[in-house]
Design a protein around this ligand. Structure first.
Ligand SMILES: Cc1cc2nc3c(=O)[nH]c(=O)nc-3n(C[C@H](O)[C@H](O)[C@H](O)COP(=O)(O)OP(=O)(O)OC[C@H]3O[C@@H](n4cnc5c(N)ncnc54)[C@H](O)[C@@H]3O)c2cc1C
Length: 348
């Protein structure tokens, strides 16, 4: 579940992006005793691995013969668990400014304020943004009765909700909102009678349709109807039924995600072909105290691979240390021989 937003936090390092590289950065920072808060616009960790290829086999993770995107995410989350990172999901890292003590203040689009001496950008291909349907009057309803994500289920309590889309997100929310007895009515709208979601969820959805709890409407959405931001119905068109209206008072549109660089482009960092330029010594950007690792950084010879991001995480953590602990000397230790590290991760 996302946090409520709007709170203030202090930490050693603010990591932007909970993809595989942002997650491993938590581990490398944790080994040095540095704490981290992680912000991601998605509602779960894993970045591209979880969002684009959760069930595909990755074959070039060192020591793993084969691991799916979702398994890698799960294992990284287990590995960083001892360091207790705080996650701020479903929040866009938006504004960044320097404060009087030389630290950074980062504010999310949900009003969460984070302060830290170090920023680590692990934003990958950019923030995942919803693909929007090409419909007139979209802006009139957006954020009022038309949404692209469920931030709080309660927002839909007692409403007649129309969910549009045929993939996992659409089907998951049909099932979730019904299972939690949130909605007063539910329609699922898709342009054809075939669904791309996991078979188990497709079966659950059909069971809800057969029991009369979900109205399945097949057709293309032609227009949105309503006034003052409040949807009343959506007009569909199909070969069999012609034009017809599906009543609703809230709509959730799940048409997939696209990646955009977003606000990071406005933070005054040296960029190279839409990537953040870094030094390969510590993966620091042109701005002291701001680091960038993973797919979003660029340097001569950069490979957009998970293992490159893991290497970059280790050097970023070492580079961050003197900002976070200016009065301490960093001692390099192997995990095999450091009893302090072993105690931290609970392995002897
Ligand atoms: C189909 C496919 C197959 C692949 N196969 C392999 C493979 O076999 N082996 C391999 O090594 N690599 C593979 N890759 C590449 C690999 O997925 C990437 O190198 C890796 O995901 C990069 O990790 P990352 O953490 O840097 O970024 P990402 O995984 O892109 O994660 C970045 C996260 O940052 C978030 N974010 C960005 N900006 C903001 C912001 N302003 N506010 C909040 N959140 C933000 C995004 O929402 C995202 O969740 C593949 C990629 C694809 C698309």
């Amino acid at each position: 579940m996302p946090d409520a937003g709007g709170q203030n936090h202090k930490t050693d390092v603010i990591i932007i992006g909970a993809g595989p590289v942002g997650l491993f950065a938590v581990f490398e920072l944790g080994l040095l005793g540095l704490s981290a808060h992680v912000v991601d616009i998605l509602d779960r960790p894993g970045g591209q691995c979880a969002e684009l290829y959760p069930e595909k086999a990755i074959l070039d993770i060192p020591s793993r013969k084969s691991i799916t995107g979702q398994e890698l995410t799960h294992d990284l989350m287990a590995q960083i668990e001892p360091f207790k990172p705080t996650f701020h999901f479903q929040q866009m890292a938006e504004k960044l400014e320097k404060v009087e003590n030389g630290h950074w203040r980062m504010v999310t689009d949900q009003g969460t304020v984070l302060e830290a001496p170090v920023i680590c950008i692990a934003g990958g291909g950019g923030s995942f943004m919803p693909k929007k349907p090409k419909l007139d009057r979209l802006e009139e309803f957006e954020g009022k009765s038309l949404f692209y994500a469920v931030r709080k289920m309660d927002q839909f309590r007692g409403k007649n909700v129309l969910i549009a889309g045929g993939g996992d997100s659409a089907l998951d929310w049909v099932v979730n909102l019904q299972a939690n007895n949130i909605v007063s009515g539910m329609s699922l709208v898709h342009r054809r009678n075939e669904f791309r979601g996991a078979q188990a969820t497709v079966d659950q959805m059909y069971a809800l349709v057969n029991s009369g709890k979900v109205n399945l409407a097949i057709g293309d959405i032609l227009k949105l109807n309503g006034d003052g931001g409040q949807l009343k119905s959506v007009t569909l068109k199909s070969a069999e039924k012609g034009e017809f209206d599906v009543p609703c008072d809230a709509m959730l549109a799940f048409y997939g995600l696209t990646m955009k660089l977003g606000p990071i482009a406005e933070w005054g960092l040296n960029m190279d072909s839409n990537r953040v330029a870094v030094s390969t010594e510590s993966f620091e950007t042109s701005t002291p105290g701001i680091f960038c690792i993973g797919d979003m950084c660029t340097y001569p010879g950069k490979l957009k691979l998970i293992l490159s991001g893991f290497h970059e995480s280790a050097l970023m953590a070492h580079g961050s240390f003197h900002y976070a602990r200016p009065n301490q000397k960093l001692r390099f230790e192997h995990t095999t021989s450091s009893s302090a590290i072993q105690a931290k991760v609970g392995v002897s």
